[in-house]
Ligand binder design. Structure first.
Ligand SMILES: C[S@@+](CC[C@H](N)C(=O)[O-])C[C@H]1O[C@@H](n2cnc3c(N)ncnc32)[C@H](O)[C@@H]1O
Length: 276
């Protein structure tokens, strides 16, 4: 197990770098994740690892540490109600407003995109809407995450069969390429869809996507749970500032904004809207 002083050091370092708030209940998890870093760095103990971080100021290792600590769990069409709401309410509403507002493109942000399942699920929803409405409104998704490692996986856009099991069969055929031979069991997002998603590495509390256009929809799901209250407050304010009037913020279903002050209107649990 990790010593108190080492845990305190790692906790502060991770907080300063990512604002991920590691409570006392995360000691076991942190120990397990640090053990992976010990194997990768060939350092004999967590004490040595902490000393190395203090003395060497190795930026790459700091990135690996954040990668190891952050939880990247995600899957296609997670919290399906959000995708149904996007398809059934947000997109028709925005399409109606488009001409009057002179919007040339529909902009979305997947703010903690992890390995890509969330932004590609959004992309599939948009592509389907555009196809069925027979409209030519261009769209783009900015997808950001703090972890370089997970972003590399997201850019590859290749997923194992079990990962795409929740994707409806017709959508799987339409938007994925099935691997053959040595790639058997892999599904790759078709390049023309994948290229509409732009990935960049961003710490949500420091940077914003390199697109200065305001967003019609922001997905910021299942990341706020790792932050403390002041950080959540700051993040929600930052995100709200990036929305068009009437734009939507979607958060994870376990991430209620009730304890947070914001100018957004709750439309449904986990769905908020900036007033017009
Ligand atoms: C559990 S995943 C959520 C993925 C997806 N949004 C979903 O709901 O399925 C959380 C992601 O947040 C990222 N993350 C954690 N802290 C971050 C920060 N400060 N800035 C940007 N991304 C962060 C992690 O790297 C991880 O990929």
């Amino acid at each position: 197990m990790i010593r108190d002083s080492d845990y305190d050091f790692i906790r502060k370092l991770v907080y300063n770098r990512s604002r991920i708030n590691l409570g006392p209940d995360k000691r076991e998890l942190v120990t397990a994740r640090l053990n992976k870093r010990l194997r990768a760095t060939n350092l004999p103990s967590i004490g040595d690892y902490c000393r190395y971080l203090k003395e060497a100021k190795d930026e790459d290792e700091l990135s690996h540490l954040i990668d190891a600590i952050s939880t990247n769990h995600t899957y296609f069409f997670r919290e399906k109600e959000h995708f149904d709401f996007l398809y059934g309410h947000i997109l028709p509403e925005m399409l109606k407003r488009k001409a009057a507002e002179r919007w040339s493109r529909f902009n979305l942000w997947s703010a903690a995109s992890s390995s890509g399942e969330e932004p590609y699920s959004i992309a599939i929803t948009l592509a389907e809407f555009v196809r069925r409405q027979n409209t030519d409104w261009p769209w783009r998704i900015e997808a950001t995450d703090i972890s370089h490692r997970i972003l590399a996986k997201a850019r590859e856009a290749v997923y194992r069969e079990e990962t795409v099991s929740k994707v409806p069969k017709d959508l799987l055929t339409q938007y994925f390429q099935k691997g053959f031979g040595p790639h058997e069991g892999n599904f790759r997002v078709k390049p023309d869809l994948a290229e509409q998603v732009r990935f960049s590495q961003i710490n949500l509390l420091q940077g914003e996507p390199p697109n200065s256009d305001p967003f019609h929809v922001i997905f910021c799901r299942n990341v706020m749970i790792y932050f403390d209250h002041p950080t959540q407050q700051e993040l929600v304010n930052r995100l709200a500032r990036r929305l068009v009037p009437g734009g939507y913020l979607l958060v994870g279903h376990s991430e209620s904004l009730t304890a947070i002050q914001h100018g957004l209107t709750m439309i449904k649990p986990a769905i908020y809207r900036l007033p017009l």
